[in-house]
Ligand binder design. Structure first.
Ligand code: ZN
Length: 293
C-alpha cells in the first residue's frame, strides 16, 4: 500500500466506503458489512441533526453541553431512519481502556438502552454480542470507531479506539474475545474502520509514542515533525495493522480514510473544536428476534 492511499485526509472516502441517505440522515457505510445478510450498520455524520452552535448536527451525547432536547431528537431521528426501537441502541461508558463487554445468551438483557450510557452502564470500550436485535455502538469525535462482524458465526463487535485503547491493543482484545467466547475464526472476520482524526491533524509527543512502542508497524504509524519529540500519528492505520496482526485478512478490512478534523461539515472533532463538540454514534446490529430478559 502506498503512503498516499493509506493516509486519511479531506478527500474522497476509502475504497468500499460510501455516504448514504438514511431517512433524513447521511451516514457512512462499508460495503463489506452492508453485503452481510440481515446486518445493518452506520457511522453517523453531523448531517441531519437538531443541535445548534458547536453541536450543530447529529450529536448523540448528553454529556458535552448540548441541549438534552436536541440530543433526544437526534436519537429519535436515528431510530426512525433505521427502524430500530430506541431502547435497542446500546452503548458503554467509554474509559479509554481495552476491556470488552461480552453480551451472550447468558447475559441478561442490559438495562441501559436508548443509547445513553448511564451510571449503571459497564465501563468498557468495546461491546461484542451474538444476540440479534441489539444495536451495539460506540461514540466518537476523532477516536477510531471499528465495527467488526463474523457473518459465519453471526457475531458482531463495536470498538472505540483512541490512542490509549490503541496502545492497549483493544481491537486485538476484541478478536481474542470473539475467538474465545464465540469460536469465531479470524479469517472469517470483517472489519470497517470509520472516520477518525488523520495524521494530517493529529500531532502527539514522545509520551504517546513510548506508550505505543510495542505496536506493529511503529515506523508507519508515526512520522516525525520538524519539532523534535513531536510526531504525526495515524491511529486508523495503527488499528488496521493490529487487525492484520490478529489474523484478519487485509482484504476483509475497509477504512473510511476521512479525517474528522479536516471535515467540520461532516464530522465532530474534539481536537478541531478545542474540546467542545458533539459525538457521533457508530453501530451495527444483526436483525432477528431480540433476546429475552
Ligand atoms: Zn486532517
Amino acid at each position: 500500500m502506498s503512503p498516499a492511499r493509506g493516509a486519511a485526509g479531506p478527500g474522497a472516502p476509502g475504497e468500499g466506503f460510501r455516504i448514504r441517505r438514511r431517512g433524513g440522515l447521511s451516514v457512512f457505510e462499508a460495503d463489506l458489512l452492508a453485503e452481510i445478510p440481515s446486518l445493518r450498520h452506520a457511522f453517523s455524520t453531523r448531517r441531519g441533526g437538531s443541535g445548534g452552535g458547536c453541536f450543530s448536527g447529529l450529536n448523540f451525547s448528553f454529556h458535552q453541553g448540548d441541549e438534552a432536547e436536541n440530543v433526544r431528537a437526534n436519537w429519535a431521528a436515528l431510530s426512525r431512519a433505521f427502524g430500530i426501537a430506541p431502547e435497542r441502541f446500546l452503548t458503554v461508558r467509554q474509559v479509554h481502556g481495552n476491556r470488552v463487554w461480552v453480551i451472550d445468551d447468558a447475559e441478561s438483557m442490559p438495562v441501559s438502552g436508548g443509547g445513553d450510557a448511564g451510571e449503571d452502564a459497564p465501563r468498557r470500550d468495546a461491546i461484542v454480542t451474538n444476540r440479534p436485535g441489539i444495536a451495539i455502538g460506540v461514540k466518537t469525535a476523532d477516536c477510531v470507531p471499528v465495527l467488526i462482524a463474523d457473518p459465519v458465526r453471526r457475531v458482531i463487535a463495536a470498538v472505540h479506539a483512541g490512542w490509549q485503547g490503541t496502545s492497549r491493543r483493544i481491537v486485538e482484545q476484541v478478536c481474542a474475545a470473539l475467538e474465545a467466547r464465540f469460536s469465531c475464526r479470524r479469517e472469517d472476520l470483517r472489519a470497517a474502520i470509520g472516520p477518525a482524526i488523520g495524521p494530517c491533524c493529529y500531532e502527539v509527543d514522545d509520551r504517546v509514542r513510548e506508550a505505543m512502542a510495542g505496536l506493529p508497524g511503529l515506523e508507519r504509524i508515526f512520522s516525525p515533525r520538524e519539532t523534535p519529540g513531536h510526531w504525526r500519528l495515524d491511529l486508523a492505520l495503527a488499528n488496521r495493522l493490529q487487525l492484520r496482526n490478529a489474523g484478519v485478512p487485509a482484504s476483509r478490512v475497509a477504512a473510511a480514510n476521512l479525517c474528522t478534523a479536516c471535515r467540520p461539515d461532516l464530522f465532530f472533532s474534539h481536537r478541531g473544536s478545542g474540546g467542545k463538540t458533539g459525538r457521533h454514534f457508530n453501530f451495527l446490529l444483526m436483525d432477528g428476534a431480540p433476546g429475552a430478559g
